[in-house]
Design a protein around this ligand. Sequence first.
Ligand SMILES: [Zn+2]
Length: 89
Amino acid sequence: MAELVAELPPGHPLHGHEFIPTIRCDGCDAVVFSVETGPPWFVLVHLTWSRTAERVPWPMFRPLPVPFTAVLAGHDHQIREDDDLRGRP
Ligand SMILES: [Zn+2]
C-alpha cells in the first residue's frame, strides 16, 4: 500500500486513490490491489519497489474484471504491452 502510493507519480491514472493490497504474486513484483474509490474495482500492479515516484506510465497496471481468478490463472509474471494504461474498466 505505502509502496504503491510512493511510486505513483502525479498524472498516473491511479494517483490519488486509496488501495488495499489483496494478493501478492510469489513469482514477480505483481500485487493486486482493491481501489477504494466509488464502487470497488481491482488492479494488478507491477510494483518497481523503488520507493520513489516513477515516471508515467510506470508503475504498469491492469484493471481486473471481477471475478479475476481467470485472469490470475493466466498470469505469467511478464510485463506486456497490453498491461498498459487502459484506465478504469
Ligand atoms: Zn507474477
